[in-house]
Ligand binder design. Structure first.
Ligand code: ATP
Ligand code: LTN
Length: 333
């Protein structure tokens, strides 16, 4: 048995429902890693302010996120589930990370480039630009060993490691250098309608996005109308058959069957039968999670008390790191 590791990850409350990409790329690992480790999972509401700000929706989505995470299996007994804004040390360390990062390196972040390009670079806000430095603070505050995320976050984890190393070299050992925990398969789930784009909460249309809180009928319909190709063979080939490959990854990660077994199982079937089987797996997988989340959302006071308790524990750990950081920087305390 390896020693307990500190795990830290975060997810933005930018939608009323998480999608299959979030689950397969990140949240499934969150659930698995809470056993035998010391896990901290954060609903990063301050990060969500870097996009559209709608106070009514932010509150609703924060609670919906907590309910879904618990429904998926994040247990408040096993791990610390908390809200970023309830731990002010994130803003404190975020500023320090901004003072450490260069404009050049921050400008190379592809998530910033992609997201700012969507609305026109001039309308992008400063918070979107400084977002990765706040993310570095999220991770470093907890002295995390591992950060379970999807492939799209690799660059932010690299930046976090660079900033931590820079700080430690200049001002003395302060932060653990974290590692990304990124799966080889399933780390990127693609949009069902455009299987070259990642499935995303903030993509313009939801017709290619499988939402956990959506009805079984709607999700089954989306899978059955997923874009594929003009051939007939159920075979994993990301270049030639991105749509079918994406569906194979989805089936495989949820059913536990290997891609090779699935290819063999559907060798004599057309795409219609295969899509029907994928729909069945996805719908049955999400059904109990959705039901449990809806039940949890009925009792808001209970959800809030879980989050308050998590945030209290998170503040204890975060305060220690901020003390050391301030001391090493010569800040009078
Ligand atoms: P947005 O579109 O608003 O940026 P998102 O759908 O990308 O949101 P995030 O909150 O940014 O979701 O990400 C939460 C976690 O889910 C991250 O670890 C991210 O890497 C992972 N993730 C997001 N989309 C996918 C995807 N399509 N495939 C695999 N992992 C994903
Ligand atoms: N940027 C991440 C969300 C995020 C995060 C974190 C992930 C914010 N802080 C800390 C891991 C660790 C994203 O998924 N878009």
């Amino acid at each position: 048995m390896s020693a307990q590791k500190r795990i830290l990850s975060g997810i933005q409350p930018t939608s009323e429902s998480f999608h299959l990409g979030n689950y397969v790329g990140a949240l499934k690992q969150w659930v698995a890693l809470q056993d035998g480790n010391d896990a901290f999972y954060c609903i990063v509401d301050l990060h969500a302010l870097s996009g559209e700000i709608d106070p009514t929706l932010l509150r609703k989505r924060t609670l919906a996120s907590a309910a879904q995470l618990i429904a998926m299996g994040i247990s408040p007994e096993k791990s610390t589930l908390f809200v970023q804004s309830q731990v002010p040390q994130h803003n404190q360390l975020g500023w320090i990370m901004e003072c450490l990062a260069g404009i050049g390196e921050a400008s190379r972040m592809t998530q910033f480039k992609d997201k700012s390009a969507k609305g026109g670079a001039d309308s992008a806000r400063v918070g979107l630009f400084t977002y990765p430095m706040l993310q570095a603070a999220d991770i470093l505050l907890y002295q995390a060993h591992q950060v379970p995320v999807g492939e799209d976050q690799r660059q932010h984890i690299e930046l976090t490691r660079d900033l931590a190393t820079r700080f430690n070299t200049r001002f003395g050992d302060t932060f653990r250098i974290p590692e990304g925990y990124i799966l080889k398969s399933g780390a990127k789930i693609y949009d069902l309608q455009d299987p070259t784009a990642k499935m995303s909460k903030s993509s313009g249309s939801t017709s290619g996005v499988l939402e956990i809180m959506d009805t079984p009928e709607s999700n089954a319909k989306k899978i059955k109308s997923a874009a594929t190709d003009a051939q007939r063979e159920v075979k994993f080939d990301e270049k030639a058959k991105p749509g079918i490959s994406n569906l194979l990854t989805i089936h495989s990660t949820l059913s536990g069957k290997s891609i090779a077994d699935l290819e063999a199982e559907f060798a004599d079937n057309g795409y219609g039968d295969f899509k029907g089987a994928v729909a069945e797996v996805v719908v049955e997988y999400f059904r109990p999670i959705r039901a449990k989340a809806l039940e949890l959302l009925e009792d808001e006071a209970h959800l809030l008390s879980i989050l308050h308790e998590g945030s209290r524990k998170a503040r204890e750990v975060a305060a220690e790191t901020i003390n050391t950081t301030y001391r090493n920087l010569g800040i009078v305390q």
